[in-house]
Design a protein around this ligand. Structure first.
Ligand SMILES: NC(=O)c1ccc[n+]([C@@H]2O[C@H](COP(=O)([O-])OP(=O)(O)OC[C@H]3O[C@@H](n4cnc5c(N)ncnc54)[C@H](OP(=O)(O)O)[C@@H]3O)[C@@H](O)[C@H]2O)c1
Length: 266
């Protein structure tokens, strides 16, 4: 018996493809970079920040990478994004559902403060992007992988907030819990096709979006959440994603991996 090579980015003469949603910055950019370093061809997806997605693209090792734009809240766009990635790369073997509407000051919606219209609007948009966007992209990639008949993997980027609670952004926490639960159903549904489905649940990560919080008065408290005395980096999360996507990790299918520096244990 011969073992498959650890994390081979090739299948015979064919270079494997990966679609990373929301790769215009932050964790998505680090994930795209990690796959390119391992020899994959990457489809760098973005919603509106084409310029930033092209910056990600220029930083990738190797060639044959592409950028693909589109709003995941639109089911037609979600399907087209996958079709374009498959067309441009020749094939997609790995999907990373990373894009999300983030919990920001603009999307804050504590139940005791927000008015009803604001409440309804944030919940609708959050579920449309964070859950249904990933759900629809997954459908299209799963059907492509089944047709290829060569296995593959799907990794969802969830959140610690799914377990710990998000009192100021309940729609975000619920959308991530739902995404993780969806991943577990897909792990069972797609195992007969040799496709693994997993999630990572990061704690606070030092992305561009978190910079103000980390350099502000709460910075030390945020770093103190972890006994390592720091917050996560995009590379910490990318390393976990790359591992879970590898053929060697197939027996972890269905797992939700905490990537939070022991800041929250469940
Ligand atoms: N950073 C953290 O502390 C942290 C912690 C736990 C979990 N996470 C999760 O990790 C993932 C990445 O986080 P991040 O901080 O790197 O994200 P980010 O900086 O907020 O970037 C979000 C990405 O998602 C894309 N996106 C947003 N809305 C979209 C839409 N409607 N359709 C398509 N794409 C859309 C953005 O594209 P554009 O640039 O084009 O708008 C961008 O590429 C997210 O799932 C987040 O929930 C992050």
């Amino acid at each position: 018996m011969t073992d498959r090579p650890h994390h081979s980015a090739t299948d015979g003469d064919i270079v494997k493809g990966v679609l990373v949603t929301g790769a215009s910055r932050g964790i998505g950019r680090a994930v795209a970079t990690a796959f390119a370093t391992r020899g994959y061809r990457v489809a760098v997806h973005y919603a509106s920040s084409r310029h930033d997605a092209e910056t990600t693209l220029r930083g990738l090792d190797g060639d044959g990478h592409v950028v693909v734009g589109g709003d995941l809240a639109d089911p037609g766009e979600a399907r087209r994004i996958v079709d374009e990635a498959v067309e441009a790369l020749g094939r997609v073997d790995v999907l990373v559902n990373n894009a999300a509407q983030a919990p920001t000051e603009q999307t804050r919606h504590p139940v005791a403060e927000v008015d009803y219209d604001g409440w309804v609007a944030v919940w609708r948009r959050t579920v449309d992007v964070n859950l249904l966007g990933a759900v629809n992209v997954t459908w299209a990639v799963a059907r492509h992988l089944i047709e290829l008949g060569n296995g593959g993997s799907i990794v969802n980027v969830g959140s610690r907030g799914a377990f710990r609670g998000e009192p100021e952004h309940p729609a975000y926490g619920a959308s991530k819990a739902a995404l993780q639960a969806f991943g577990q159903s897909m792990a069972q549904a797609l195992a007969p096709h040799g496709i693994s489905v997993t999630s990572v649940a990061p704690g606070l990560v030092a992305t561009e979006r978190q910079e103000a919080a980390l350099t502000g008065p709460d910075g030390d408290a945020l770093r103190g959440q972890s006994p390592f005395g720091r917050v996560g980096t995009p590379r910490d999360v990318a390393a976990a994603v790359v591992h879970l996507a590898s053929p060697d990790a197939v027996w972890s299918s269905g797992a939700i991996l905490d990537v939070n520096g022991a800041s929250y244990l469940r």
